[in-house]
Every structure is written in structure tokens, then in C-alpha cells.
Design a binder for this molecule. Structure first.
Ligand code: FE
Length: 341
């Protein structure tokens, strides 16, 4: 009888261990939930461990992070959350799952427009939403701004992904901030009217469509150029387009971030802050630039070769917190103009 009880206790314990791989917060560890692919952040974690002796346990998830943190509640082992896009960062904050870390040293390294005013999330890298233009069919200087995308001269010549994808939502949210709801809606209607096809696929699929002659302009995140140039099948797609950083004579190019947030119940808060500091340090930022092709959020960090080949550009300094506030209106606007229809 005793033996049977012990056996079932053991299997219950095993089940818990499997479901929650790092339930106990060890003194020299930090636990991370990540929407970022392991290969993008593992090199930084390894370097951090080498320097501090603090082990980083990371769990990669494609979705469901908010639900997981909510169901774990105060017992969550997670100290830090890593994700891309202001939408996801602000969703985690708005769900009440984060805490402020703004009094700490690294927050001074990150420009104010790329962090939550109350310190609940911080950008680590930035990504420019650029225009890719056919080398064969669009002359240099023919398109200079996001506003130009609504010009009827581009009718039937533009490809984008879904108007409700977070990358497009953030761009529309920035247009709302700059032009007001009425101006932004006129713009989005104009872009929709210029689409060559129903929105579909990811950013790279739009460049492929340019290569194949289906459209002449696409809106993409800059690092997909680097990714395409590393994939033999996709090199011709990348080489069929010129890269345009929009709005250089005005407010600058729309930027988004990948970022991090300290969880509300972080059991290893001190270690988590140390990891945040490392990732925002010169060394952490330089690793992001070289490994991921994203721009450093911290000023003064050397760029990679592709970034240097494109040269300096002006960034829109609109606070991502403002973009976050306009996201719901932007999603509604995509529906109202039938962007995806
Ligand atoms: Fe992406």
C-alpha cells in the first residue's frame, strides 16, 4: 500500500517537472519565456552566463504566453518575457503581467521613445518598416514616403501582408498619430485601392511577388532583406528591389522594436535585472546587430555591413507607447476600409 502511494506521488511529481521545467527559482538562474526563436537570443544568453555564472533557462513559445502567465499567476517561474512588436509588449503589460524596472541602470541606455513610460517594457532592437521597390519598374526617387503609397499612380502595383498583422497595425497606428483618424483612414483607403492583390503571406512573400512581376512596391521590415540574402532561393527576390527608408525629408521612418519585460511575480528579479542590463549594454547590443540584422536600440553601437551599405537614416521618434495606444483604432480601421478583402 505504502509502495503504491509512493509510486503515484513520484509520477505526480514527474508530471509537474515535465510541465514546468524550472518551477523552483534557483539562486544563480533566471527564467525566460520567449516568442523569439532560440537561435536569435541563445548566443546572448550564453555570453551572459559566461560573464556572470547566472544560468538562463528559456522556454520558446509561438503563442499563448499571456494565457500561460495568467494561469500560473503568482507561482509563475518566469522572470522575463521576450517578444517582438510593440503590440505584444503592450498586450502583456495591459494584462497586468509585468512590473516596472525603470529605476534600474539599463533604462538610461534605451531612448525614451523605445520604452514604456512606466518601465514595464523596453525595446532591445529596432526594425525599420521600409519600402521595397522594383529595380526594373520604379525609378529612384519615385516614391519617398508612406503617404506616397496612397497616390493613385500606384494603382494595382502594391503588395503587403494582412492589414491586421502587428507590423501593419503599428504602421497604421503611427499614421493615426501623425494625421489623425480621418487622415489615416483616407490614407489606408488609398493604399488598399492600390493593392495588386488581396493581402497574403509574410513580408518576404511580398518581395517575391515583386520579383515575379505581380507588384512593384512592398512594405517590409528591413531585416528580411538580410534574411533573404542568406537564402540562395531568396537572393534573387532581394536583388530585384531597392530599399527605401520612407519620410527622410520629414518625420523619418516608422520603427518598431523587439523587447523585454520583467514579469509581475519574477522570482529571480535581481538576476533578471542583470540580464536586462547585459542585453542593453554595448556588448549585448553589438551581438544583436551582428546575429540578427536588427538595429541596436542604444545609440553609438556599430552597425553590420548591410546596414552600413544602406547608410544613416532618420527615424520617426514617435513614442511606441503612443503607437500602442492607437493599435485598437488601427485594427478597426483595417476592417472599416476592408483592407484584407
Ligand atoms: Fe519579423
Amino acid at each position: 500500500m505504502i509502495g503504491r502511494v509512493n509510486n503515484s506521488l513520484i509520477s505526480i511529481c514527474l508530471g509537474l517537472v515535465l510541465a514546468v521545467p524550472f518551477a523552483v527559482a534557483a539562486e544563480d538562474e533566471v527564467n525566460v519565456y520567449s516568442y523569439r526563436k532560440p537561435k536569435l537570443i541563445d548566443p546572448m544568453f550564453a555570453e551572459f552566463t559566461k560573464q556572470t555564472g547566472i544560468k538562463v533557462n528559456s522556454v520558446f513559445a509561438k503563442k499563448g504566453m499571456i494565457e500561460r502567465l495568467q494561469s500560473e499567476g503568482v507561482n509563475s517561474p518566469a522572470d522575463l518575457v521576450f517578444t517582438v512588436d510593440i503590440g505584444r509588449l503592450s498586450d502583456i503589460k495591459n494584462a497586468g503581467l509585468t512590473q516596472s524596472a525603470s529605476s534600474k541602470r539599463f533604462s538610461d541606455d534605451i531612448p525614451a521613445n523605445y520604452q514604456d513610460p512606466k518601465g514595464h517594457w523596453f525595446g532591445l532592437t529596432t526594425r525599420a518598416r521600409i519600402i521595397a521597390a522594383s529595380k526594373d519598374r520604379v525609378k529612384p526617387g519615385e516614391i519617398l514616403s508612406y503617404e506616397d503609397l496612397a497616390d493613385p499612380k500606384w494603382k494595382g502595383r502594391i503588395c503587403t501582408r494582412s492589414g491586421k498583422h502587428p507590423y501593419m497595425v503599428a504602421l497604421t497606428a503611427s499614421m493615426i498619430a501623425h494625421h489623425g483618424a480621418v487622415g489615416a483612414k483616407t490614407w489606408l483607403t488609398g493604399v488598399k485601392n492600390n493593392l495588386a492583390r488581396k493581402p497574403q503571406g509574410n513580408d518576404r512573400a511580398q518581395v517575391k511577388a515583386i520579383k515575379e512581376g505581380e507588384c512593384d512596391l512592398a512594405v517590409i521590415n528591413h531585416y528580411y532583406m538580410a534574411k533573404m540574402l542568406k537564402d540562395p532561393e531568396q537572393v534573387p527576390w532581394a536583388e530585384s528591389v531597392n530599399v527605401i527608408f520612407p519620410n527622410q525629408s520629414g518625420r523619418g521612418t516608422h520603427m518598431n522594436v523587439s523587447g523585454m519585460a520583467l514579469t509581475k511575480h519574477a522570482p529571480s528579479k535581481d538576476n533578471a535585472i542583470k540580464l536586462m542590463e547585459f542585453l542593453a549594454s554595448d556588448q549585448g547590443q553589438a551581438m544583436y546587430v551582428q546575429n540578427n540584422g536588427e538595429y541596436p536600440v542604444k545609440p553609438g553601437i556599430a552597425w553590420n555591413d548591410l546596414q552600413n551599405s544602406w547608410g544613416e537614416f532618420k527615424e520617426d521618434t514617435l513614442s511606441l507607447a503612443v503607437i500602442a495606444d492607437n493599435r485598437v483604432a488601427a485594427i478597426r480601421m483595417a476592417d472599416e476600409v476592408g483592407y484584407n478583402n
